[in-house]
Design a protein around this ligand. Structure first.
Ligand code: MN
Length: 231
């Protein structure tokens, strides 16, 4: 049996529609998992959904409401979707406490970090001194900056390298890691690109979008996640 991977999805309150780039489901499928999409809802049965899957992938999307991590919104903070925040925070708390692997991508990293009590940089351009370009204009399959990886970390073990070239589509980032998270990868400007949860279970978050990079390097990350979900 292939492991079933629950994938959080986007929601538009402007259009009353769910959507999810198919790159996520394709990345899970080609690396040995069976994807199922989890729609955000108010008062969702998050524990029941968690019980149905073998691992959870928290995906990219709009900004996390800064009120949820104890900050007032700064002018550079962007679009928020309150229903998705509520759903994903509850699911994140269950997933961080639970026995199943977790992968966070982009907003997924930010959601898991904030749900663990961490904080976010609301807008890199206005809050980071001399930032590099984190919102690339090149296509998503193309990598534009390096993430420098800590030796001895899970991410270093997966790639087997001190640095990895990644794509970048974010204006927010982890500021203070939440309880249980440690930083294991950064860009050259100090912006956090990888956090790992202190657990014997595979729980790791990246700030870039490996799902758009069907290449031997980024497939290693999905393969490691899906393989961990088999155990
Ligand atoms: Mn970046």
């Amino acid at each position: 049996m292939k492991p079933v991977i629950g994938i959080t999805s986007r929601y538009s309150s402007k259009e009353n529609k769910y959507n999810l780039p198919d790159a996520y489901t394709k990345a899970i499928q080609r690396n040995g998992g069976t994807p199922v999409v989890l729609p955000p809802l108010y008062n969702a049965e998050c524990q029941q959904l968690y019980d149905l899957v073998d691992g959870v992938l928290f995906t990219g999307g709009p900004d996390v409401d800064p009120i949820l991590y104890g900050e007032q919104p700064l002018p550079g903070q962007g679009w928020i979707e309150p229903m998705r925040d509520e759903f994903e925070f509850e699911l994140a708390k269950i997933a961080l406490a639970g026995p199943k692997p977790v992968l966070g991508i982009c907003r997924g990293l930010q959601t898991l970090n904030a749900a663990a009590g961490g904080t976010l940089i609301q807008d890199i351009k206005s809050q980071v001194e001399k930032p590099i370009k984190h919102r690339q204009e090149a296509k998503a399959w193309h990598s534009t900056h390096h993430a420098f990886l800590d030796k001895g970390s899970k991410i270093h073990e997966i790639f087997g390298e001190d640095k990895v070239l990644c794509n970048s589509f974010h204006h927010q980032a982890c500021k203070d890691p939440g309880k249980g998270f440690k930083v294991t990868g950064k860009a050259s400007d100090g912006v956090i690109e990888v956090i790992e949860y202190d657990s014997s279970v595979w729980k790791l978050c990246v700030q870039w979008h490996p799902e758009h990079q069907d290449n031997p390097v980024m497939n290693k990350l999905f393969k490691a996640f899906v393989d961990a979900c088999k155990k």
